[in-house]
Structure formats: structure tokens, C-alpha cells
Design a protein around this ligand. Structure first.
Ligand SMILES: Cc1ncc(COP(=O)(O)O)c(C=O)c1O
Length: 381
């Protein structure tokens, strides 16, 4: 389904034509490992084995490509499985990548604790500063990796500027678009080469499935990644693909509500005596505000803040919240609160990606916003 259709139309229809045999309006879950073949060498419609291809996964992949404006999308068992497949498909021992100095702790761990052992060097750089990224590149840099907004500090990177820097050094720009979702930001149109998603988050949207995706502009790179998807095998299962696709159909309306609620909560937190600072790209004083306003539709549902009372106070706030559930992950309809230094980003302790102890991260859900504010009010008291 082409770009002529609006975002929500693509979310509901791309890859999701009524089932040819029965007319079922929802794509069936093809919960099968293998497919009967008509003759040796004649698989029906190309399907032979579900690691190599499955119609439910294809439906999700087609929809993701349409939403990000990519030539091809590939769905994986998790966001990290997608990242690992990309890194091993594109990089070889002796190569180098530039990673953000603020990023999901698991992404840092993949480079620092896994890929490095296989000979892939990395440098952490502040990705809000394209000159610093250029300075961190070497002749062996294959990937410049960006998150925007970043997890958990809500930093903003200028995607078009980073694409220029990466391409000048013959590297690919990878943008982890998990926090924004394709509804708020489409990095490929701004010059990125690969979009990464933890579809576990806003795309799935209901905290009931773990998954990941890669979306690319170049069909040749798409073929290369598809080869590795099959060869490495970290595929998204049919039921997980179906759940993710079910979530995607309401992505647009959910994101609008996430943004509405986050804006109200930011307003509440700013100036609260127990809050030392609020991190949200929608605030005019945020250093990345202008870039975010130019490259995003709105500013998203993720909000972080620093507790005025330091780390002990941050932990206490997390423990006192009730409606905001104390949990890792983000992007679901329900609101979550967490302490990044001790939870999602514990693996970055002692590294250039270590996060401050007084930081609290909120994934603002789509509940009645007055109830969410009342909960924060009692937690901050
Ligand atoms: C920004 C970001 N990228 C990637 C991942 C990894 O995704 P997954 O947990 O689906 O493997 C996460 C998970 O929290 C994330 O927040």
C-alpha cells in the first residue's frame, strides 16, 4: 500500500487484505511450522518453512514497511534480536560503530559485552552533536547508531544532520525509532538507512508481546538482512506477529492520547518542589526542542524527571506510585514508572552510558489523565 494513503489508513490496511479464501477481514494466524508443497521445488506462493517465511509475519512486515516508508521491513523475536541481526549482517571483525552516549542499556550491552568479543570496536558519542559524532568515526566505521528521543534521558538527535555525517564517512545511519514510533517520526525520509524498533513498545502497544523490527530504504540491504533473518533465525512467531499487527491498527489514536497525557503530566511536574528538572522534548527549554519540533509530529509519551531529593527520593517515588505500575518496558496503554539506574539501565553502570541515580522515567499511558496526576501527587508528597 503506497504513500498516497494517510498514516492511519496504512496502519489498518497495509499487508492486511481480507483473506483470499474466506474473506476474513483480519489476517489469520498461520500457526504452522511448515507448508505442504505441490511438487518437489514447488512451494505454494513461495512458503515452505516458517523460519524462512510465514504469511502472518509477511503481513506485519508489509505494514511496517508502509508505515516507515521503507522498501522492506523484517520482523524479529525481540528488538535486540533485530539489532543483533543488523550488526552481524553489516559489520565484520575489525569494523567500528559509533553508539550514542545515551541509549537503551541493552543496546549498549549488545555492543560492549557481545559484539566487542567478536572484534567489533565501538565509541560512545553525544549524538545531539553531529561534529562529535564525525570526530568519533574511523575509516572502519560501518554504522552510526542513534536513538531519538533517547532512552532514558530524552535527548534529541538531528537525523538529517547525522545522515550527512554518516554518509560522508561511508557508514550507514541506524535510527532506533522505538520512543517516537513511525506515527511521530519517520527517519528514512530524513536520510536514515535503517530504522530499528522494539515493537514490544508503542507498535504492539498493549504490553502483551515482545518483538523487534528492521526497516530499510535500500532493497539490496533489505535482501541482505532477509538472508540473515533466515540464516540466523531470530524470527517473530506467527501469533506474536498477529498481536503486533493488532496493536498497530490503533497506533495513531493511541499516540495522540499518549502525547496529550504526557503534556499534562509535564505541566504538572514542572515547578513541583520534589522535582529538580523535567526532561521532555516538548519543553521549549529542552536543548533539542527545535530539532524535535521539526522532525517529529508531536513529542511522545515518555517523560523523565530528576528527583530533588536525590537517588533515595527517586527510588521512594517509584515505590510509592500505585496507578503507575513499577515495571520495565514502555509504550503500552497502561502507565509505568521505573528507576533506570537500578532497572532498565543497570547494565550501563560504570560505562559512558551510566544514568543519574536521581532519574525517574515515566511511560505515560492513555488512562484518565487526572487519575495519573493524582497518583504522581501522592507519590511525590
Ligand atoms: C529504545 C529501545 N530499543 C531497543 C530495545 C530492545 O527491545 P526488546 O526489549 O524488544 O529486545 C528497547 C527495550 O526496552 C528499547 O527501549
Amino acid at each position: 500500500m503506497g504513500k498516497g494513503y494517510g498514516f492511519d489508513t496504512r496502519a489498518i490496511h497495509a499487508g492486511q487484505q481480507p483473506d483470499a479464501r474466506t474473506g476474513a477481514v483480519v489476517p489469520p494466524i498461520f500457526q504452522t511450522s511448515t507448508f505442504a508443497q505441490d511438487a518437489v521445488g514447488s512451494p505454494r506462493q513461495g512458503y515452505e518453512y516458517s523460519r524462512s517465511g510465514n504469511p502472518t509475519r509477511d503481513a506485519l512486515q508489509e505494514c511496517l514497511a508502509a508505515l516507515e516508508g521503507g522498501a522492506r521491513a523484517l520482523a524479529f523475536a525481540s528488538g535486540l534480536a533485530a539489532e543483533d541481526t543488523l550488526v552481524r549482517a553489516v559489520c565484520a571483525p575489525g569494523d567500528h560503530v559509533v553508539i550514542p552516549d545515551d541509549a537503551y542499556g541493552g543496546t549498549y550491552r549488545l555492543f560492549a559485552k557481545v559484539a566487542q568479543r567478536w572484534g567489533l570496536a565501538w565509541t560512545a558519542a553525544p549524538i545531539a552533536d553531529p561534529e562529535a559524532v564525525a570526530a568519533a568515526m574511523t575509516p572502519r566505521t560501518r554504522l552510526v547508531w542513534a536513538e531519538t528521543p533517547t532512552n532514558p534521558l530524552l535527548g534529541v538527535a538531528d537525523i538529517a544532520a547525522l545522515a550527512e555525517v554518516a554518509h560522508a564517512g561511508h557508514a550507514l545511519l541506524v535510527v532506533d525509532n522505538t520512543f517516537a514510533s513511525p506515527y511521530l517520526q519517520q527517519p528514512l525520509a530524513l536520510g536514515a538507512d535503517v530504522v530499528v524498533h522494539s515493537t514490544t513498545k508503542y507498535l504492539g502497544g498493549h504490553s502483551d508481546v515482545v518483538g523487534g523490527a528492521l526497516v530499510v530504504r535500500d532493497p539490496g540491504l533489505g535482501d541482505e538482512l532477509a538472508f540473515h533473518q533466515n540464516a540466523m533465525g531470530a524470527v517473530c512467531g506467527p501469533f506474536d506477529a498477529w498481536l503486533t499487527l493488532r496493536g498497530i491498527r490503533t497506533l495513531g489514536v493511541r499516540m495522540e492520547r499518549h502525547c496529550d497525557n504526557a503534556e499534562r503530566i509535564v505541566e504538572y511536574l514542572c515547578g513541583h518542589p520534589a522535582v529538580a528538572g523535567v526532561l521532555y522534548p516538548g519543553l521549549t527549554e529542552h536543548p533539542g526542542h527545535k530539532v524535535a519540533a521539526a522532525q517529529m509530529r508531536r513529542f511522545g509519551g515518555m517523560v523523565s524527571f530528576r528527583a530533588a531529593g536525590g537517588e533515595a527520593a527517586a527510588v521512594e517515588i517509584c515505590n510509592r506510585a500505585r496507578l503507575f505500575l513499577l515495571a520495565e518496558s514502555l509504550g503500552g496503554v497502561e502507565s509505568l514508572i521505573e528507576h533506570p539506574a537500578r532497572m532498565t539501565h543497570a547494565s550501563a553502570a560504570g560505562s559512558p552510558l551510566e544514568v543519574p541515580g536521581d532519574l525517574v522515567r515515566l511511560s505515560v499511558g492513555i488512562e484518565t489523565v487526572e487519575d495519573l496526576i493524582a497518583d504522581l501527587d501522592q507519590a511525590l508528597r
